[in-house]
Design a protein around this ligand. Sequence first.
Ligand SMILES: Nc1ncnc2c1ncn2[C@@H]1O[C@H](COP(=O)(O)OP(=O)(O)OP(=O)(O)O)[C@@H](O)[C@H]1O
Ligand SMILES: [Mg+2]
Length: 291
Amino acid sequence: MWPRWLMPRPPARPRPTEAATVWPPLAPSATDATAQPAVPAQASRRLALYCEGVTKVYRGPRPVQALRGVSLQVAEGEFVALMGPSGSGKSTLLHILGGIDTPTGGRVVLDGVDLGTLDAEALTRLRRERTGFVFQFFNLLPTLTVWENVDLPFALGAAHNGYRAERVHHNLARMGLLGYEQHTPQELSGGEQQRVAIARALVTRPAIVFADEPTGNLDYATSAEILQLLRTCAREYGQTIVLVTHSAAAAAYADRVLLVRDGQIHDEIVLGRREDHSATALIARLAELGL
Ligand SMILES: Nc1ncnc2c1ncn2[C@@H]1O[C@H](COP(=O)(O)OP(=O)(O)OP(=O)(O)O)[C@@H](O)[C@H]1O
Ligand SMILES: [Mg+2]
């Protein structure tokens, strides 16, 4: 039994107006690499995240249409990877799904909340409490200690129900960082810094963790460790993970891989839940698709 301060948040009450909030809403994928379902067959799981017809145009002297009508659905506790060529719109999509950026058109529903209905303050609060972000270059504050970096969301006002120190301690322990509390980021290796960033992303118990090339700057063994930690978040804590990566080896940790091309979801490869994270099946499927 988990201590009370670690208990998962009760799911947001389903809203009667939201039709597509139950998994699985998608037809079985024609590109199923292993013929295993992405989620257990008995599951009728809530959607953690979905978007419909999302477009994004970056205005300027030379407008760029970065997203051209993206619709996708991610179930609670699912681990989804976004892959695609440089400039295809992966980061733009991740930022819009996570409420860091706003779409030009379409809508995003995160943890039961339509982001388009929120004002700036409510959006900031929702982002702080229900999402966690992990980036390629860690984005730790160099003048703060490890403890202070992980505590930052609370320092900025995220709710902790009186369990602030316990949450920080627990997430440092989860990431194998006990003993490093008083270190500063520059005293840590890249892998350790990324583990601090993940602890910070998890400390508010977010419904969804967004990770943009979190292993892009790490060696193979450290990358495997980080990906395993993210997978554990999905398996053991029911958190939803959306990972952007260029690496098939990284994407092989996911339940499902969405292929982004020219601002659209071009294809989907269902890998299913499994212990084998070899990228062989995924690489073969990517080759079949000519990618
Ligand atoms: N702030 C911005 N202003 C103008 N154009 C932008 C901006 N951010 C991204 N773009 C453009 O939008 C398109 C998609 O960019 P995005 O960063 O989403 O690609 P990506 O798939 O993440 O690429 P990479 O794999 O290189 O990180 C690109 O053409 C890019 O130049
Ligand atoms: Mg990117």
